[in-house]
Design a protein around this ligand. Sequence first.
Ligand SMILES: [Zn+2]
Length: 401
Amino acid sequence: MITPAPTLVLRARHLLTLAGEGPAVGEQLFAPLKKLDNAALVVRDGLVAEVLQNGGAGLPAGAQVRDMGDVCIAPACVNAHTHLQLSHLEGRTVWRKGFARWLASLIPLLAEPVSRAAIDDACQSMAGVGTGLVGDIAGSLPDGFALARQACRETGLNARFFCEWFGFATPFPDEHNPWPPQCCKDIADNLELKTCCAPAGHALYSTAPEILRIAQSYCRKINSIFTFHLAESSEETRLLTNGDGPLRDLYEGIVLPENWRAPGLRPLAYAEELQLLGPGTLAVHGVQLNPQEIRRLAASGAALCLCPRSNYNLGLGDPPVNALLESGALLCLGTDGLTSNTDLDVRKEAVSLREEMDVPPEALVRLLTVNGAAALGIEGAGQLTPGCPAAFCVLPSSLVY
Ligand SMILES: [Zn+2]
């Protein structure tokens, strides 16, 4: 005889299921979200079986009931950009002094071995705050990718890994082998890794343009998201437009080849020239985008991941959030890694935008859920409806309306 799986009932004061919601842009972001009061989520085999409201009348007999109390439950949140492999470097980089100073403090630390314990802790803390899906930059430090993959699995985090190309002098990819060198080794050791990753680029100032293009076209071919850091700092803008500044001083002779010449374009224009933008591209940061560039980004169909606490911590200024929200671009949220943030709780990115820039909670809940899933190319995630995984987060009070 087969024993039926126990039924679990989660009760909460409020529940946002996001039923019927898809990725939202522009005005759709601000539409009211249907909130159920005194709701109950009936869970079987890890999936939502039923959603009950008004006190949860009609609970299945014999169900285990877990009362979450006076909170609002929403679908598990999506952290669309982080760097798990750098978790052991938490608290060791220079903050609030600009991008180049931060980067100069990070570079020597990259020689240190990654830490399994730090990656495990980072994943446990993400899962503990109700993160369900992660976009992780991987594939450049030895063991980083494999350990991040394992830790995500063990903590129940669904993850997409982006194997990052960096530099101008690395062996060139081709359409048969588009993986960065470290990632190539990782995949050779464990073929299964290939099922959850895609090649990616670091940034326009740090990765050869031909490599960015090959990686992007491969992603397009395998129907995966292509991601890279874009318009993060004023130092990046200066290096690409004028060819000088603190980032040039830092990278000269180390990363930039002797004959490197600035394209003479602002970051967005250079990304356009390289044809890196469009549906399926996830750009990260966008702090430096001006109003006209925001319109062009939105028109391209590319998504943008905002990491506002990371930007603040490094002293880079705020992303132009209100113009981005109105632009029609697909937006989502990420924490960036522990070298530029105090924790990997992506809900706090939303709280910072709520408190510092008065972004409406409806928009922030969508950025945290359905938009994050869409930006990572995961269909049907970010909802708590029958048949979906019963993965949820408790919304911070400032995001409840
Ligand atoms: Zn990053």
